[in-house]
Design a protein around this ligand. Structure first.
Ligand SMILES: [Zn+2]
Ligand SMILES: [Zn+2]
Length: 591
């Protein structure tokens, strides 16, 4: 894997005689896998020259310049090169752009903002290349032969770090990140003491190369706390704790000239010791990343899917607020309003009637509020705690915010917490033959038709046979699941992203989930976490003779359970009966 630096600077481009060696362009890093897959990390002003270079190469190869852009966040220094990135204006070029999803806006909409006519003469619609935008949450996904894992960093805008694995090596890009525990900025200290920093170290774990924010010296950090950047000492400490091979100092401060960066590099090397190689990113620097002799244990793969299909229903939009301090309350209420989050006040209502998806925001220094929140709402909900000092060791808190804080930072924390919950409830990926499958389903002409005994007898029989409250004949449509027959359920349909059957149609045999609450794909799904309280699911795919998996015969229960081999056979036999009915309709459609 090859890594090339086109922009190394943070905050704002700073060309001039003082920055000749390390460079004045803002963040842009090119990554190429051995197979030629191209990833561009961030699109700061450095992207302009990379773009020109790619177009120049394409003149020789006669292949339009194509690849993937991974945007960590949309602060200017990370996207200002985008409108000047020449491959986007090349005929036949194909670009996939990935970035963190906001609550209200997609990454595509946010990036289009900087190309409105007030800011830039060419509009977003005038891009010539074929550009697709992909919203990301935390989790993993694949691009060609590379596996990408995304994880939120600690920055006042919602920011993702990227871990890229392929060619037997791993590279992490963690740019625009501040220590969770401010006491770590001077070096020393225990990275594993705070949940946030140890999670960050886990994200870097065993990486061969880490490109890390290291904008400040500790004396500068004192005045820049909350701005979302690291010190060199912290970058070294976290890389060493994670047994990283090489650390590259990145996002140089615009006020630091080459001599200042040299000095910081020297400091970093003093702190790093023998095992960790430290470099400072310089424009034009190329690194070949090869497997190390002894590679530390790699991070466990995330089982969350990072790419996000826009939900057809709103994300859980409730927070429960437990705090008495008026200034803090005002700030939280304002940030929540700006994020369109509905606030339930613990003081107004002792038993907030919201489902498990709600986020609890608590003033951790206020013992009374914390106690009240614990008593009534804590449970299995996500907890964001505010503190005026160091984040305490409290394993039930998912994220900390040091107060006082800007509205922007609070908004980011709220958004990250809500989105984190969303990725513990996954919509199913689309089957490879989705278009053909939908054609086959629609040709049955069964959607939105009345109940029919020829289907109802199967759901009735299933409920009786397995002693379960629910059974349905589910048809999985483009954006919904619709029940042709339903025993024990009042509703006719739900959005597809809440559908367990949408997962079951990806299988060739029965999908059985003994306890939905134990499965990260379903634990926070509203049918599980909400009033229905579904715990057990088993669904047999209904496969037509043309191979289309149009739906399922499924059963469900509010208690966990497991079907034995004999019961699974019975479910398959019933599904065969339903399938024969569907096949008869398909036959009619064909003639
Ligand atoms: Zn930045
Ligand atoms: Zn930033």
């Amino acid at each position: 894997m090859q890594v090339r630096f086109w922009g190394t600077r943070g905050s704002i481009a700073s060309p001039g005689p003082g920055t000749v060696r390390y460079g004045g362009n803002t963040a842009c890093v090119e990554i190429r896998s051995a197979s030629g897959m191209l990833l561009v990390l961030d699109c700061g002003t450095g992207a302009r020259r990379l773009g020109k270079d790619l177009v120049e190469q394409s003149k020789h190869t006669h292949v339009p310049p194509s690849g993937c852009l991974l945007i960590g966040h949309t602060h200017w220094d990370h996207i200002q090169g985008l409108p000047f990135f020449a491959p986007l204006f090349e005929d036949g070029s194909v670009w996939d752009v990935y970035g963190p999803r906001g609550l209200g806006e997609s990454i595509g909409q946010t990036l289009a903002g900087q190309m409105q006519y007030q800011y830039f003469p060419v509009s977003h619609e005038q891009l010539v290349a074929h550009v697709s935008f992909h919203d990301l949450l935390e989790g993993s996904f694949e691009i060609g032969d590379l596996r990408i894992t995304a994880q939120y960093l600690n920055h006042p805008a919602l920011t993702l770090g990227y871990r890229i694995e392929g060619d037997g090596v791993s590279v992490v890009y963690a740019c625009d990140h501040e220590p969770y525990d401010p006491s770590l900025v001077g070096g020393g200290g225990d990275v594993s003491a705070s949940r946030g920093d140890s999670r960050h170290a886990q994200f870097l774990n065993g990486a061969d190369l880490v490109i890390h924010d290291s904008q400040y010296r500790p004396d500068e950090y004192l005045y820049k706390r909350g701005w979302g950047h690291s010190t060199v000492e912290y970058a070294v400490a976290v890389a060493a704790a994670a047994q990283v091979g090489t650390l590259v100092l990145f996002h140089h401060d615009p006020d630091h000239d080459d001599a200042a960066v040299d000095e910081m590099l020297e400091t970093a090397r003093l702190h790093a010791g023998e095992a960790l190689t430290v470099l400072a990113a310089a424009e034009g620097m190329v690194l070949d990343v090869t497997p190390r002799a002894e590679t530390a244990q790699r991070a466990a793969d995330s089982n969350w899917r990072a790419t996000y299909e826009p939900a057809t229903t709103e994300l859980s939009a409730f927070i429960v607020l437990a705090a008495a301090d008026p200034a803090l309350r005002t700030a939280i209420l304002r940030a929540a309003a700006e994020e369109h989050l509905h606030v339930l006040d613990l003081d107004d209502d002792d038993e907030p009637d919201v489902n498990r998806n709600a986020l609890v925001v608590v003033d951790h220094d206020d013992a009374l509020s914390t106690q009240a929140a614990r008593l009534h709402t804590w449970g299995e909900r996500a907890v964001l705690a505010l503190t005026r000092g160091r984040p305490a060791t409290d394993s039930t808190v998912q994220d900390w915010l040091v107060w006082p804080s800007s509205i922007g930072h609070i908004r980011t924390k709220l958004r990250a917490a809500v989105l984190r919950r969303a990725c513990q409830w996954q919509g199913a990926p689309l089957p490879a033959d989705e278009e053909q499958r939908l054609n086959s389903l629609h040709s049955l002409k069964l959607l939105d038709t009345a109940d029919e005994e020829r289907f109802d007898r199967y759901t009735r029989e299933a409920c009786a046979m397995f002693q379960v409250p629910f059974a349905t004949v589910t048809l999985v449509d483009a954006d919904r699941q619709w029940f042709k027959s339903r025993h024990g359920l009042d509703i006719h349909e739900t959005p597809r992203d809440q559908s367990v059957c949408a997962h079951a149609i990806l299988e060739d045999d029965v999908l059985q989930v003994p306890d939905l609450q134990d499965d990260p794909r379903f634990a926070d799904n509203p049918v599980v976490a909400g009033p229905l309280g579904l715990r057990f699911y088993a669904g047999a795919p209904l496969v037509l003779s043309d191979g289309s998996h149009v739906g399922t015969l499924c059963i469900g229960d509010v208690e966990p359970r497991v079907l034995d081999a004999g019961e699974l056979d019975e479910l398959r036999r019933l599904a065969d009966g339903v399938r024969a009915q569907l096949e008869a309709d398909a036959e009619v459609a064909r003639n």
